[in-house]
Design a protein around this ligand. Structure first.
Ligand code: NAD
Length: 286
């Protein structure tokens, strides 16, 4: 099934998300909560899922929703636990007033360790949260969109570390996990873009697949951001070196990712899927 191009929409509506509900995994983190508020300000309702609950931050999110006539819900969920998704999504289904139409997958952890001494359990933990957790969130929201037969748009937060190797710190697991997020994005984009993208004769004996409206899937690759994830780098002065490694001479603020997420979720990016938006102050272009 193809989705018609939204040629009649006024330009000013292309960043609007009215009548849609967006799930944000890792929603109470720095990136998740900031883009969550941007979505609430742009007409969309938001379901925040996260391991941590932060009452002070939550009251600010609720205030943003109230001021904009939108709604926000929080569910505690560990994205690495496949069994945890069905009960939470059963509840979400009963709560929401507009269909789920999108996902912003923000869960991510880092870990600095020399490769020769990287404990395998710590390496696996990074992959589990960053790639398996991103997949499970996409799978859960994808199933819901297919169930009610609506089109959607997913934004997976990767990193410029999926394109290069972080200069100055040894983060092999993190870098590998973020390359995997890029490839997961491309793979889901192909699978969920159109039925033509999957050969029907292989594997043999497959039942006919159902036809669904497209789910577009793109990734964003941020450069260094001033958040809790980079706190140690700020304290040790490593950020000063990072600032010298990009073309703008500073690291970024979390607010600088709001418009990219709104663009990818909204109808303005209707012909964009399987792509990566690298927003890194020119770091990887050098
Ligand atoms: N901060 C940076 O410099 C930077 C740069 C590039 C990319 N990124 C990516 O952006 C995304 C968001 O980063 P951030 O800076 O907002 O980090 P953050 O630590 O503020 O947010 C991550 C959130 O994920 C949640 N989380 C972690 N494990 C979870 C799990 N198993 N189940 C559910 N929730 C879990 C945490 O509770 C937290 O709220 C991450 O994917 C990160 O890799 C960050």
């Amino acid at each position: 099934m193809t989705q018609p191009a939204p040629i009649d929409l006024p330009t000013k509506d292309l960043f609007r998300l009215d009548g849609r509900t967006i799930v944000i995994s890792g929603g109470l983190g720095a990136v998740g909560s900031t883009v969550g508020k941007a979505i609430l300000e742009s007409g969309g309702d938001v379901v925040f899922i996260d391991l941590a609950h932060q009452p002070e931050l939550w009251s600010k999110i609720e205030a943003t929703a109230a001021a904009n006539g939108t709604k926000a819900w929080y569910h505690r969920l560990d994205v690495t636990q496949a069994d945890a998704f069905p009960p939470v999504f059963d509840t979400i289904r009963d709560q929401i007033r507009h269909p789920l139409r999108g996902l912003v997958a923000c869960t991510g952890i880092s870990g600095v360790c020399d490769a020769t001494s990287y404990p395998i359990h710590a390496f696996r933990k990074v992959l589990d949260v960053n790639i398996a957790g991103t997949f499970l969130a996409a799978q859960a929201v994808g199933k819901e969109l297919h169930r009610v037969n609506v089109a959607g748009s997913f934004v997976l937060i990767a990193s410029m570390s999926g394109w290069n190797s972080n200069k100055g710190i040894n983060t092999a697991a993190y870098n590998a996990s973020k390359s995997a997020v890029h490839q997961l994005g491309r793979s889901l984009a192909a699978e969920w873009g159109h039925l033509q993208n999957t050969f029907t004769y292989y594997p043999a004996g497959q039942p006919n697949r159902e036809v669904h409206p497209p789910i577009r899937v793109n990734t964003i690759s941020p450069g260094h951001i001033e958040t809790a994830l980079t706190k140690e780098a700020q304290e040790t002065g490593l950020v000063n070196d990072w600032a010298k490694q990009n073309m703008l001479g500073r690291i970024s603020q979390v607010e600088e990712y709001r418009v990219a997420v709104l663009f990818l979720l909204g109808d303005g990016s209707s012909y964009m899927t399987g792509a990566d938006l690298r927003i890194d102050g020119g770091h990887c272009a050098w």
